[in-house]
Design a protein around this ligand. Structure first.
Ligand code: CAA
Length: 644
């Protein structure tokens, strides 16, 4: 194992350092503030032939070794951790699987433009149910003729939506564990392949991260990467290399923070001398330098082993875990050395402090790295029965739980609106009553909520009229409040915002990013209106209409009624009948007061109703056993013809 870098390595470092200092450093603060992807910088990195450093010249790369690649990520991250991960995710997660498993044609079509920097690559493994347990993949790819039909979603995908080429993992054979997962090369722009808005992150804000949504995406058979069933292995092998990239990123961020702290400590005078000459600070600096040296050895050693085609999974895990753990320590000490100045926006060390954290999380949390290392030392831990071979063991369930998912398809928008409003009334909603538009979301029985699909501020007035007509308060998705400033921040709904637990949620032009859906998972009824039939919101709604908001909003206002609303009674949760695939043999009746569903198989022992009596045959004076609502106020749950 050599740890010495060569002259060539050091001249590459020099070139990239100059580039980073001259081109990235001056704009790093602005990129961070604006959450902005540096298109021009990435283009120049490609023109410098650094986007495919470890790939052969024949494949469009620079023909250098893995240490060269690690140095590149390190040097970019020394100035901006976001730019570092753009290169890392592109090179080791986007391009590598094609280099390792691609056919000649796949390499020509995809690896060459990626290695030349003409196209950006990304890697789609993580899902809501497949994080550390990567085997929990629920995205499916079903072979139909010459194409696989891809359905599902991926979250936290680095370089999305900027990347052009995505390596996507999906289940091709269910119920056989990791051996049922396959890898595919998927191009941006294919029909049914859409993105969420990029996330607003704590750090690495110059890189983009977004969700991928696949709605019946046709992936040509020839875009299967490797063999069917080889996907999990491809993912694991790719991540081994990716972890070297993240280790190098952590090393670079730590190096940047260390250098800033050293400079500051030499300049800052307290008690009559530079703080660097005071032992408490000097010892911190010496620890930082030692940790950096140890981390660098681990990173270059793993890179060298990969380059020499030795087994390096454990060494990559050690490098990633150690470099990122000490990175956290070093940025913390560096900020401490800067004192109050380091806490200010615009100081590099403040940005490094935020950028560092992700390195202990992505491409395998440091807990997973320890699991990989210990499994190699001690042997694999026994798996719980629940997770053993758990691929898609649990059927994919929408984030908002089981929903009716009734898509209202009619010839005209007017007909769709009429059916929707009729259904809602049948479900027990009374549109003669209403709440104030500004009722806090948590106290709202109903919310009309707007997403980016609302378009411009001009349409907000219409949305508010609709909220009034529906007897609802007004809410929004995060970007509408945060970036479009159409509503105050306290009115956005989502994982990081308000949680809606009322009875009716009408989502207008909301695509259904995971973060938003988590804020409405306890909503009683979800109505989705969006012009994109592939929007994830439709998999999470009770009623859906595909259509243009400009056309549908005025119709809905009319249908709900523009009259002054009577004050709504205090919010009472309307529980819904259990969604069933098929209507049961008996009529299903639900209490409008509390949502209790009468089950003839159980009867009502407290009301002295024997099992076997149908709802229709209950005595007229029978009352709901849970809230004493009278029989006449129960509503029948209707099932569409295809579910009878
Ligand atoms: N190389 C090749 N094959 C490997 C492998 C490796 N490093 N590790 C495991 N495998 C193979 C095993 O040999 C086994 O094959 P067989 O069934 O044929 O024997 C198969 O994969 C399953 O192995 P395990 O039973 O050990 O797998 P597991 O389900 O227990 O998972 C794990 C192991 C290490 C926890 C894995 O799930 C894992 O790495 N999890 C973390 C996932 C991760 O890193 N996600 C990051 C997402 S990407 C990202 O973050 C990108 C970004 O933003 C920049």
């Amino acid at each position: 194992m050599l740890y010495q870098t060569t002259k060539d390595h050091e001249s590459l470092r020099q070139a990239i350092r100059e580039f980073a200092e001259n081109e990235i450093k001056p704009i790093a603060f602005a990129l961070d503030q604006n959450n902005e992807f540096p298109d021009e910088i990435v283009k120049k990195i490609g023109e410098n032939n650094w986007m495919g450093l470890p790939y052969s010249k024949k494949d469009g790369g620079a023909g250098l070794d893995v240490i060269s690649y690690a140095i590149a990520v390190e040097e970019l991250s020394r100035v901006d951790g976001g730019v570092g991960v753009i290169l890392s995710a592109h090179t080791s997660l986007g391009a590598y699987p094609v280099e390792a498993y691609g056919t000649k044609e796949q390499k020509e079509k995809y690896l060459v433009p990626m290695a030349k920097g003409e196209k950006i690559g990304a890697f789609g493994l993580t899902e809501t149910e497949a994080g550390s347990d990567a085997s929990g993949t629920q995205t499916t790819a079903i072979l139909e003729g010459d194409h696989y039909i891809l359905n599902g979603s991926k979250i936290f995908i680095t370089n999305a939506p900027k990347a052009d080429i995505y390596i996507v993992f999906a289940v091709t054979t269910p119920d056989i564990g990791t051996h049922g997962i396959s890898a595919f090369i998927v191009e941006k722009g294919w029909e049914g392949f859409t993105f969420s808005d990029p996330y607003d992150k704590l750090g690495i804000r110059s890189s983009t991260t977004a969700e991928l949504h696949f709605n019946n995406v046709k992936v040509p058979k020839e875009n299967l990467l490797g063999q069917e069933g080889q996907g999990f292995r491809i993912a694991m092998q790719t991540l081994d290399g990716g972890r070297i990239g993240i280790a190098a990123q952590a090393l670079g961020i730590a190096q940047g923070a260390y250098e800033a702290a050293l400079k500051y400590a030499r300049e800052r005078i307290q008690f009559g001398r530079p703080i660097a000459q005071q032992q408490s600070i000097a010892f911190k600096i010496s620890d930082m330098a030692t940790q950096l040296r140890a981390a660098r050895f681990l990173v270059y050693s793993a890179a060298e082993m990969k380059h020499n085609e030795l087994r390096y999974s454990v060494e990559a895990a050690m490098a990633k875990q150690y470099a990122s753990d000490v990175c956290m320590k070093i940025v913390d000490d560096a900020l401490q050395i800067h004192g109050g100045s380091g806490y200010m926006k615009g100081m590099d060390v403040e940005r490094f402090y935020r950028d560092a954290k992700i390195t202990t999380i992505y491409e395998g949390t440091n807990e997973i790295q320890r699991l990989v290392i210990s499994a190699n030392l001690i042997g694999r831990m026994p798996k719980s029965k629940k997770s053993a071979g758990g691929v898609a063991a649990k059927k994919a369930e929408p984030i908002t739980g089981v929903r009716k998912r009734e898509m209202i398809q009619t010839d005209t928008a007017q007909e769709a609106v009429d059916i929707l409003v009729e259904n809602l009334k049948k479900d027990g909603f009374d549109f003669t009553v209403g709440i104030d538009l500004n009722t806090p979301i948590v106290d709202s029985d109903r919310v009309v909520s707007v997403g980016k699909g609302i378009g411009s501020e001009d349409n907000m007035e219409l949305a508010k009229q609709l909220a009034h007509a529906a007897g609802a308060s007004i809410g929004a998705s995060r970007p509408v409040a945060e970036s479009m400033y159409l509503l105050p921040l306290e009115r956005y709904i989502g994982m990081s915002g308000q949680k809606f637990k009322g009875n009716l949620y009408i989502a207008l032009g909301i695509s259904g990013a995971v973060q938003h859906l988590k804020g409405i998972k306890d909503a009683g009824t979800i109505v989705a209106i969006n012009n994109n039939p592939g929007s994830a919101i439709f998999k999470n709604c009770d009623y859906g209409i595909v259509g243009d908001l400009n056309e549908i909003m005025p119709l809905l206002i009319e249908a709900f009624g523009t009259e002054e609303k009577k004050p709504a009674p205090p919010m009472k949760r309307i529980r819904k009948a259990k969604p069933r695939k098929l209507a049961p043999a008996y009529g299903v009746y639900v209490c409008t007061g509390c949502g209790y569903e009468y089950d003839p198989e159980l009867g009502d022992p407290e009301g002295e109703i024997d099992p076997g009596l149908t709802f229709e045959n209950l005595p007229d004076n029978w009352e709901c056993p849970e809230c004493q609502t009278v029989k006449a106020d129960f509503i029948e749950e209707k099932y569409p013809a295809d579910r009878q």
